[in-house]
Design a protein around this ligand. Structure first.
Ligand SMILES: [Zn+2]
Length: 150
């Protein structure tokens, strides 16, 4: 599954990610390459470190969960992926590079992208010495189950 795309495409998300690592002086180790392939060659998605760990094992590879966490943090700081902190103990990582917000279905632990145009934000004016860097929106919803009815 890993090398289904034999034709080198410099504009693929995987190759752009590897180029970004090199441009930042980070060696594209075998482990980073495996994780980048899993992250960027399966389309836009949201994945946890634990799920990525399972996918690595399904490919008969061995990468420790600690290395996966570190690599995800590194990829996030390079802007290759976005971290969605769904609660204080859990993050999901988004591979969609386009500007968007998130809808989080709490009891299904599922994240869906929402186009930014679907949500009107009234952002207060920002002092001239500062600039707006980014806006993260997570809309949290729950399915209507008995336990949530109050
Ligand atoms: Zn997303």
């Amino acid at each position: 599954m890993l090398d289904h795309n034999k034709i080198y495409n410099p504009l693929s998300n995987f190759n752009k990610a590897i180029n970004k690592l090199s441009a930042n002086g980070i060696r594209p180790t075998k482990q980073r390459m495996i994780l980048a392939k899993l992250l960027f060659e399966k389309g836009k998605r949201h994945i946890s470190a634990e799920d990525l760990f399972d996918e690595v094992r399904e490919e008969d590879r061995k990468i420790s969960l600690a290395t996966i966490y570190n690599t995800l943090k590194q990829f996030t700081s390079l802007g290759l992926i976005r971290e969605i902190v769904v609660d204080q103990n859990k993050s999901l990582y988004c591979t969609n590079k386009e500007s968007h917000y998130h809808l989080y279905i709490e009891d299904e632990n599922k994240v869906i992208d929402i186009p930014t145009k679907n949500i009107d934000l009234n952002i207060p004016s920002i002092p001239a010495c500062l600039k707006l860097h980014d806006v993260d929106v997570i809309v949290r919803i729950r399915t209507l189950k008995e336990k949530y009815k109050n």
